[in-house]
Design a protein around this ligand. Structure first.
Ligand SMILES: Cc1cc2nc3c(=O)[nH]c(=O)nc-3n(C[C@H](O)[C@H](O)[C@H](O)COP(=O)(O)O)c2cc1C
Ligand code: SF4
Length: 691
């Protein structure tokens, strides 16, 4: 099917300087936790995006010189000629599928503590390096020689990037993550020379770098300029009017303007804190400042919205990081009119956590992300089945849905039995919590896919006993029955239950999600899980009018969400909702009408008068089906059962991304011969040893 006529505009080619993008779908730079450590895995991942129809596929920020590294983050490097082959491999993979390859050269300067190179960081001013971790390192002020050197290094990297085969070579001045942004912004640039002060002076280095880049490669490569239109800090940071003037001063110099918000946490906000298209007001009107094409971002997955942005003259190219991670084939599916097949990003930022934890990018919606080279998985293709053995999947949460869907695509006959009245398991329940509505896409994508698979039968309201599983008589049984929150306070802090009086009111997130709440005025939410649930529950109870105390043994609310760049927004939202946050507090006992909290350092205890305590600690696999089945193991052969496998939360509770991944992995590996004992199930690259 061709694209709907009203979407055809998205498939028009766009000229960017000396190169032409085949359509308007543009994968903007995004890191991935693979970088220099996993170059082949990274190259394959970008190649799959090109195959999926993106016209431009970019790298992440690429360190351009050893004197500024961004350790511990793992990005690509282009420090010398020896880095060219890894980058060339990526450009080649992108070209194989007809896309343009873009590279974002970066010199972090004042936001890289240089933990690897041990060089002294430098920037426009002598300030502490601006990192997420408050590194005790200061940058030195750059003098004229430093500026001249940096221009030379940038140029050398530009030439290497061209040799590596890139078609677009970025000048990166966005996100407060690099020297150019630091020179632009008055909050980092207090210089009194020709590189500080007036707007003309602060853009001088950016102009020089763009000019030098264009002079060097502009005949064959496009030179985009990525700049942040607002730091959301008022006039204390870069703000829209000032940036408009900057763009006006350089209007047609770059071949493309790539505009975003800064910092990165504002640019890549989760769906809990920003809707699709939230950056539109900041992008509006940029196009009238230049005749060059403009690309912008906003977690776009709605095709009508994308087409309208182009029609209204807001953007020429639709930039996407997360939508391209969740669905590398988004453009192809739109072009073929296959809207139901799109795996829409849910805006959870698990992808971002890969960068923060220095681990290969993973995605809640797309379990193949990061596994394209390591395990040979593909977001759209999966090996056909190699046996006729039927599979019974029990539980239609994220793991069960993904397993049934991927097994169905392999051609297996699958029965999917769900105890509840709807599909989705934890996703269906959690999506009803404040700010998590977009997460229902995990279910919706898979439900639509199951509708297209006649070999998958779905049974709702079908809680199976062990005997009924045996009656089914399917050779393979998958237990994806999920998990429930614990009521005994066992979690990170307490590995044994704490004293809880039998008549104390103790609740869990399951009670909150199921609406099983007695009348409550004063509630303690004790968060010893540290991801989103504790904060969301506190928010939900505050919205119901409860006086909420949120206590955590950590230093801040929902501390793991630093990895999804949400922590700051969560703490702000809780404080604004009137939630009292008690940091460094462990819950030691619960009695009717009060809870006991202890300082994690001194052990000093205090009593808190509350009507109820909500324990957000750990989970345990739901029910007894697994144990009941194992008790009947002796009857398996007679019933024709060969294998019973627990996956996802039913095996070991973790994130939704882990559950989806577990479902996919089961389906990918079914009927595969087990690897030899000393063979790893995935590939990795080993650094070359030098003398
Ligand atoms: C995992 C991840 C890594 C990112 N890394 C970079 C980067 O290296 N350089 C950059 O300029 N922007 C980076 N970004 C920001 C994106 O380019 C983009 O501007 C932002 O995510 C908003 O677009 P989206 O809503 O389509 O994701 C990253 C975003 C994500 C999600
Ligand atoms: S991990 Fe979440 S935010 Fe990132 S691309 Fe996947 S669904 Fe979107």
């Amino acid at each position: 099917m061709p694209p709907h006529p009203s979407h055809a505009i998205l498939f028009e080619p766009v000229r960017i300087g000396p190169v032409t993008a085949r359509n308007r779908f543009y994968q903007v730079p995004h890191c991935n936790g693979m970088g220099y450590r996993d170059p082949s895995a990274l190259a394959e991942m970008r190649g799959v995006k090109a195959e999926g129809g993106w016209a431009v596929v970019c790298t992440e920020q690429v360190e351009l010189h050893y004197s500024s590294d961004i350790t511990p983050f793992i990005e690509l490097r282009l420090w010398d000629d020896r880095d060219i082959p890894a980058l060339a491999k990526m450009a080649e993979k992108i070209h194989q599928h007809g896309a343009l390859a873009g590279i974002e050269l970066a010199y972090n300067g004042m936001n890289g503590p240089n933990l690897y190179s041990r060089e002294v960081p430098m920037g426009p001013a002598p300030l502490p390096v601006a990192t997420f971790t408050y590194d005790p390192v200061q940058a030195r002020r750059m003098d004229k020689t430093d500026i001249a050197n940096l221009r030379k290094w940038h140029l050398a990297a530009v030439k290497r990037a061209k040799r590596a085969g890139f078609d677009l070579i970025y000048v990166y001045a966005a996100h407060a993550l690099g020297f150019l942004h630091h020179f632009l912004s008055r909050r980092y640039n207090d210089r009194t020379d020709e590189y500080g002060g007036s707007l003309e002076n602060r853009i001088r280095l950016m102009r020089e770098i763009v000019e030098e880049t264009k002079d060097a490669v502009g005949d064959t490569c496009a030179v985009p300029l990525r700049i942040s239109v607002d730091e959301l800090l008022g006039e204390g940071g870069l703000y829209r009017e000032e940036v408009e003037d900057m763009i006006g001063l350089m209007a047609d110099l770059p071949d493309l303007w790539d505009v975003t918000l800064a910092g990165w946490e504002n640019d890549s906000r989760t769906s809990r804190f920003a809707e699709e298209g939230a950056q539109e007001p900041f992008i509006l009107g940029i196009k009238r400042l230049t005749t060059k094409p403009v690309v912008g971002v906003g977690r776009y997955t709605s095709v009508d919205r994308m087409a309208s942005l182009v029609r209204k003259g807001v953007l020429d190219l639709i930039g996407a990081a997360r939508p391209s991670i969740a669905d590398p084939f988004l453009p192809r599916k739109l072009e073929e009119g296959r809207l139901d097949d799109i795996r829409e990003c849910i805006g959870c930022n698990i992808c971002v956590s890969g960068d923060f934890t220095q681990s290969p990018l993973r995605c809640t919606q797309n379990p193949t992300m990061g596994e394209e080279w390591r395990r040979g998985w593909h977001p759209e293709r999966i090996r056909p089945k190699t046996s006729e053995k039927k599979v019974l999947v029990i539980g239609a949460g994220p793991a069960g849905l993904e397993a049934a869907h991927a097994l169905g695509k392999r051609g297996y006959d699958v029965a999917l039995a769900e105890a509840g009245k709807e599909l989705g398991g934890r996703v269906a329940r959690e999506a009803k919590l404040p700010g998590l509505a977009a997460w229902i896409r995990v279910r919706d994508y898979r439900a639509l896919q199951l509708n297209q698979l006649p070999n998958v039968e779905t049974y709702l309201a079908s809680r199976l006993s062990a005997e009924e599983v045996l009656e089914f008589g399917f050779p393979r049984v998958v237990l994806a029955t999920g998990a429930l929150w614990r009521r005994d306070a066992v979690g990170h802090a307490h590995t044994m239950p704490i004293p809880i009086a039998p008549d104390a009111v103790v609740l869990t997130p399951d009670d909150v999600m199921d609406g099983r709440l007695p009348p409550l005025k004063r509630v303690l939410v004790w968060d010893d899980e540290h991801y989103y649930m504790g904060g969301v529950v506190a928010e939900a109870l505050a919205a119901k009018g409860c006086a909420v105390v949120y206590a955590t043994p950590a230093s801040e609310a929902s501390t793991w969400t630093r990895n999804t760049m949400e922590q700051h927004f969560i703490q702000k939202r809780l404080l604004e909702a009137g939630v009292k946050i008690e940091s460094f507090k462990t819950l030691t006992a619960i009695a009717p009408g009060h809870a006991t909290l202890a300082c994690v350092f001194t052990g000093r205890e205090e009593m808190l008068a509350v009507d109820a305590v909500v324990l957000v600690t750990a989970r345990l696999p739901t029910g007894t089906l697994h144990a009941d089945l194992l008790a009947l193991e002796g009857s398996f052969a007679d019933a024709g059962i060969e294998q019973v496998t627990a996956i996802g939360d039913a095996l070991a509770p973790a994130t939704i991304a882990h559950a989806v991944y577990a479902g996919r992995r089961y389906a990918e590996e079914l009927d595969e011969p087990a690897p030899a004992e000393d063979v790893m199930p995935f590939r990795r690259e080993i650094a070359e040893l030098l003398d």
